[in-house]
Design a binder for this molecule. Structure first.
Ligand code: HEM
Length: 146
């Protein structure tokens, strides 16, 4: 298989890479006054497990996430949480710190780091469900105070 077609999962040290990433991410999240209250303090292990399996699957690893949780439907799964640009930015700060650390340690190549960065920015933006402009059925916009 040509290198360009090889999934990122094959270039990093597999599941261990995603576990390390998510571990560092949640360490940051738990010190964050905006984000920490959103997470169930007694199910952090579960949250780590779900996010690392999801990311491993997304980047070409085993489909264990889907087997355990079904289709990701991430926007729907995030609907219980009010996510505005504030939460998005805090989420990205911790995830970017985690991928930067892997790049610094040379466990993530520069191009793969770029690809992950672009993906996380796009995906986190997609999770915003509050505080922005929402479209009405008639095509006009309204400020969502949620
Ligand atoms: C934008 C800000 C975000 C906030 C505030 C946020 C917050 C949360 C919270 C509070 C949970 C529940 C923790 C759990 O019990 O699993 C969760 C779950 C999850 N989040 Fe996020 N999230 C954000 C963005 C993202 C992004 C960008 C991704 C993917 C790239 C993501 C992937 C997931 C996954 C896979 C789960 C577990 C879903 C499940 O199977 O139940 N989140 N998130």
């Amino acid at each position: 298989m040509a290198e360009a077609q090889q999934p990122l999962f094959e270039r990093v040290d597999g599941v261990a890479f995603f576990e390390r990433l998510v571990d560092a991410f949640y360490k940051g999240v738990m010190t964050d006054p905006v984000l920490a209250p959103l997470y169930e303090a007694d199910d952090l292990e579960g949250a780590r497990h779900r996010l690392s399996l999801f990311l491993a699957q997304y980047w070409g690893g085993p489909s264990t996430y889907n087997e355990e949780r079904g289709h990701p439907r991430l926007r729907m799964r995030h609907s219980p949480y009010s996510i505005s640009t504030v939460e998005r930015d805090r989420w990205l700060v911790h995830m970017i710190a985690a991928i930067d650390a892997e790049q610094t340690e040379r466990r993530l190549g520069d191009e793969d780091h770029e690809a992950m960065l672009a993906y996380f920015v796009m995906a986190a933006d997609h999770m915003i469900n509050s505080g922005g402009l929402s479209m009405r059925g008639d095509g006009t916009t309204t400020l969502d105070a949620g």
